[in-house]
Design a protein around this ligand. Structure first.
Ligand code: ZN
Length: 236
């Protein structure tokens, strides 16, 4: 997986900032997988996208993730640590992924970023129905009873297990269990934003002290930037 150069990371951050979260996920996936045709990314199964983003995150920011979520029951902020390697352990190689499944008289495909964007403005229950309708290649999803609908949900989960990075946490305040949904794009974006902010600060300091251009400063290795910053600091 690619390690982003300083200039590339800043460019990615600048292009990603004004985008909607789903569009930003597509941008980050394109950076993670330059071998994927750009126009195909919005139509790939969500699990492929998520795994590519986790791999890019691991290559650039390490395997360890410190994250937090608010308890749905009492609002307590819960901190937890994750290991990207564990999250990726179950990710099948791209070419081993089954793209379609048949269940309850339907033929289904895994949802994509384009599907999520199409239903993003709907109420949650309507969005789930609309998503299923979009992902149905054959059959009539509106005719399903509750038991069949549950089968369908399980089949979709099995079709693209990496799409739903969820796990349970016990709340330290109220003791109840909550399910936390992990957003790989948001995890990666937080790191990119923080790194971009730090890089801009470094450019600002070094440009002011040495008169170098932004391009010259970003072309330095991180080790050299750190050394020069230490010299600037010690001289002031
Ligand atoms: Zn709680």
């Amino acid at each position: 997986m690619r390690v982003l150069g300083a200039a590339e990371l800043l460019s990615l951050w600048e292009r990603g900032m004004p985008r909607h979260a789903l569009d930003r996920a597509a941008l980050l996936a394109a950076a993670a997988r330059p071998d994927w045709p750009a126009e195909s990314i919005a139509d790939l199964p969500l699990g492929d996208i998520g795994a590519s983003l986790l791999r890019l995150r691991a290559a650039n920011f390490g395997m360890h993730v410190d994250a937090h979520a608010d308890c749905r029951h009492c609002g307590q902020r819960l901190s937890f640590a994750l290991d990207v390697a564990e999250l990726l352990a179950e990710a099948p190689p791209d070419d081993a992924i089954e793209r379609q499944t048949e269940v309850a008289g339907l033929c289904l495909r895994a949802p994509s970023l384009r599907d999520l964007a199409a239903v993003a403005a709907l109420e949650p229950a309507d969005a789930a129905d609309a998503l299923l309708a979009r992902c149905t290649l054959a059959g009539r999803p509106a005719m399903l009873d509750d038991a069949a609908r549950m089968q369908v949900d399980e089949a979709l989960e099995a079709l693209d297990p990496q799409a739903d990075l969820a796990f349970s946490l016990n709340c330290v305040a109220c003791g109840r269990e909550d399910t936390v949904q992990l957003d790989a794009a948001a995890l990666l974006w937080d790191e990119i934003s923080a790194r971009a902010g730090a890089l801009l600060q470094e450019v600002h300091q070094l440009a002011r002290s040495y008169g170098w251009s932004e391009a010259q400063i970003l072309a330095l290795t991180a080790t050299r930037r750190t050394q020069y910053l230490a010299l600037v600091e010690s001289a002031s």
